[in-house]
Design a binder for this molecule. Sequence first.
Ligand code: NAD
Length: 432
Amino acid sequence: MAETLNAFDMAQQQFDSVAKMLNLDPGVIGALRWPMREFTFRIPVRMDNGSLQFFEGFRVQHNDARGPNKGGIRFHKDETIDTVRALAMWMTWKCAVADIPLGGGKGGIIVDPSTLSEREKEALCRGWVLQMWHNLGSRQDVPAPDVGTTPQMMGWMMDEYSRIVGQYSPGVFTGKPIGGGGSQGRTEATGYGVIYTVREAMKHLNLDSTKSIAALQGFGNVSQYAAIAFVEMLGGTVAGVSCWDRHDKKSYTYSRNGGIDPRFLLSIVDGYGTIDKKAAEEAGYIVEDGEAWISKEADVLIPAALEGQINRETIKKMSGRVKIVAEGANGPTTPEADEFFKANKIFSIPDFLCNAGGVTTSYFEQVQNDANYYWERDAVLRRLDIKMTSAFNAVLDRSEKEKVYMRDAAYMVAIDRVVKAMELRGWLNAGW
Ligand code: NAD
């Protein structure tokens, strides 16, 4: 029977292998292999049917040497402490590689949110804050939405925190709705961030972006804005996008001769990222099987849907033209596919660098909340471009200097920055 992959084992293994390359002190390795703080608690909720139910909640603060912990709260029926630990550790590396002054955290509740009424959801959100508020705050730990949680839920959580501490505290949660303390530009931030890194990779590889073709998997938040930016910012062509069809319960790839019009597809996609098949066909789009996206004659592939999509099987379908794989999704490439990229000189932009635009803009949201001064959309995106470009170039420099693959270089940059902050704060002499 196949062994189930424990996410935290995987996160520790990835860390161990880079720690070895960096020759880290065993004590430092010990400190970073485990989260600094973990909270588990039970949240009581009076259900609509009158019964009292308890839900298990978590928050893990992996490392806050570089600044307050940052990371989403997931509502998922299969949530485990190990998944939360792994995701918290990955957030430490993501914030460090993006060079934003935040640490890594993650939280969750074991619950299927679709089974709850609005009132029950609100009670659960407020209950989570009641358990955690002592250890939250814009100088301690700043959660955000994630799988199964929404901007509205962040609004309730922020309100509960503000109520308990007795003052309006918008900077304690990010991903809030616009008008409720949210930031302009957050919706497009991750997708645009992906394309800022693709633009830099093209400069490095001497590719003309106006002659380049991309294919994307997914047409949700990340992919929609990555496709728009690829066409409008880089002047390139998008050969096709795929998405999961909620009604037919299968995935399709949408393409059109001369390239798709991402703004048109945006006008016919629903809130779950399912494109209206009939409307697309009427507009002359070609509809193929969901896997067809990967075999498009493209220079750039952008997986922006699920994990494990570029693997031993799907790499066989890739066209010889592909030069860049930009990981919009988290974990879309398996280790076998990574080996294939190395052997075939395909340039890979690793997920925690490529999709860091979201957390970077969350950081901007917190900065605006704390200053009580809100920036225009253009200012947000301009600052995002500066952060993503310098993050990309730091990783590229490291990769060239050490002659290592971009993913290893990204880990090296991130881990070095965290260790440096621990050292500067005197944590490595800890005698207390
Ligand atoms: P989303 O739910 O908005 O969109 C997901 C898209 O993937 C939808 O279009 C869906 O139809 C499609 N999809 C699902 N299964 C598919 C399949 N089998 N084949 C083809 N398409 C399929 O999600 P999102 O926010 O765009 O996130 C996408 C990925 O990016 C996830 O891995 C997420 O963790 C990661 N990510 C998102 C953000 C963000 O700010 N949204 C930030 C960092 C990382």
